[in-house]
Every structure is written in structure tokens, then in C-alpha cells.
Design a protein. Sequence first.
Length: 366
Amino acid sequence: MRSISTALANHLASEVATVATLWKITRTDGQVFGFTDHDQDLVVGGITYASNGGYTSSAIVWSDNLSTSNQEVTALIDNPVIFTGDVLAGLWDYASVTLYLVNYADVSMGVLPLTTGLLGQVTLKRGQFVAELRGLAQLLSQEIGSLYSATCRAQLGDAKCKVPLGPLTVSGAVTALVAGGTQTRIFEDTSLTQVGPTLTYTSQVNVVPSTSPYVLNPTVPQGGSWVSDGGVSYVQTGDALTAVTSSPGKGQYRVVNGVYTFAVQDAGAKVSITFNYAQGYFTYGLLTWLTGQNAGYRMDVRNFSPGRVTLALPMSHPIAVGDTYSLIAGCDKNASTCKLRFNNFVNFRGEPYIPGTDAVLRPQSK
């Protein structure tokens, strides 16, 4: 039920009304912003509603049932508090919004609450940002509950996971940008020397190149780093090749820092390579910039190896040497990682041992 002062109700009932709309937006980072479609700034309830940065909005759709109300607003990005980088970084996504009606000629009459909801995902279109205001009934249309999955449904460090993030969080500064790389995505920090647990991985089918130098460099999973060799065998016969320290002959191979070299006689052969690797400690982690042009922005980590960080997406602004950050270790949500790395299998929120659809759909035998 909406409350309205007698003075404002009488004003709205008069033949001439001097009204404006107010948008109070509270972002997920706690910052509060006010905007108005009036031609001057308005101060209401201690909040300044800025008029610069004009916007237009569609009609508000209401109903007396539980169907979702909605409204779309389009605004120019010429307001001092709205930056393209902030929009691209998602700082305005899912902010809480309250829309008011006010008499701009006498704001002491109070306000008429029109609607309350959340901003949907904000998009950019030719210098404008467009956002949908979703009513509170939108929350009722979301699925509640969990489906079983092989991987964990919890987020590292949340109330379900219960792993303390303090020991898994480090601070650092950019010491170098990757030469020839994308400066807004890849950087180095020599202080990042952490490594995850050592696991065994088998690269099933690798084809030895048919031309010199007959070298294979198998990809290490999860952005980890190669630790030691575990053996090489022919795929077709299963016979093991022999590791040597000199130039290899037929049926032999040489490995240095994860690079496997074969003999010309084995050109075109299919081999299976097993090796031990250290998991990327910060792969799938979360990085928050503390200083620099990206201060306050967050980004997921795609890959990590000691001293080098690759972000999932480019930052809104260039990364510079000396920019400081806070970085939380990552989790790939697999049962083995939960058990071996975090010793937290008791809180694992997945079902890795439930048969999948292949087991259900395969032909059954008596």
C-alpha cells in the first residue's frame, strides 16, 4: 500500500501539477545514487537527485496479480557518476531501485512511491545505457532449490562451503605486462609463487609431428604447471616408450620441463602421455583491483601459473605496472580438488558418483 501526504494528494488532484520522477539506485557495492527527469537537481530526504544526464523511461506496467511488473529506462552516459567502464564491469547490474513522484516546486510535500525493484543487466547502445527495472514479483519466478550435479554448487568460502578465505587471499602488485600480450588481461607478479597440490594427468591421444623437431608439449589442465614425467606409451599397442636423457631413438623419448621430444622413426605415431602437475593455485579465483584505473573492479581469473595471471576477460581500463590488487585462490569445483586441496570434502555440494545420462540410456542387459 502506497502512502502519500495530504498536501501532495491535493496537488495531484489539482488541474495543474508540477511533478517529476526520482530514481534512487543502490548498487550492490552499497553506493547510493539519485537521478531525476527534472531540469534542475532536487534534494529530497538528504539525497541529491541529479538532473544532468537525461533519461527517458517507458510506461510502468502494473497488475493486481503476481505477474511481473516492468519498466525500461534509457539514459545518456554523460552523468559525472556514470562511467562506461563501471557499466561494462557490471557495477550497475542488479542494483536495487525505488521510483518516486515528487512536486518539484515544493519537495516538502513528500514523495509518492511508484515502484520498487531491481535493475536487470545493463547494456550499452551507442553512448546510452539501457536497463530494465524488474519488479519484486520477478524474484518469485526464479527457481528455488538445487539439482544434483557432479561438480560442487557452492562458491568457495560461502556459507555452504565454509572454507575460510583469509589464508587463501593474497595482495600483490603488477611487476610486468606480458610482452606481445593483451595489457588489459595478462600480467605478471613475481611475488605469486603459490602452487596447488600435485595431481596426475594422462593426455590420451597425441600425434607425434611428421616433420622435425618431433616435439609434443601437452597442455597442463586448469592452468597448472608441469612437475614431472609419468611415462609415455603407444595408444594402439599400449607398449611403453623408454625415457632417455640423450637424443631419442625409436621407442624412446626425452622430456625437459614438460616438452617431449621423439625420434624421427616415431613420426606420426599416436602416444599417450602421463605426467604430474601442480594445479594453478589462483585459477578460477577472483581478483579485485585496489589501485590504478581499474580500482574497485573485479574479474575472474582464467589461468594462473607462478608469477603470471590471465584474467577471464579484459579489464575496462589498461593495467599498469604498480597497480595493486587482492587475489583469492580458485576452485574448479571437482571432488578431488575439494578433498586434496582444501580438505573440505565433508562440505562438498556435488554428487560425483551418481551415474550420468550415458549410464541411464545405454542398452540394458540381463
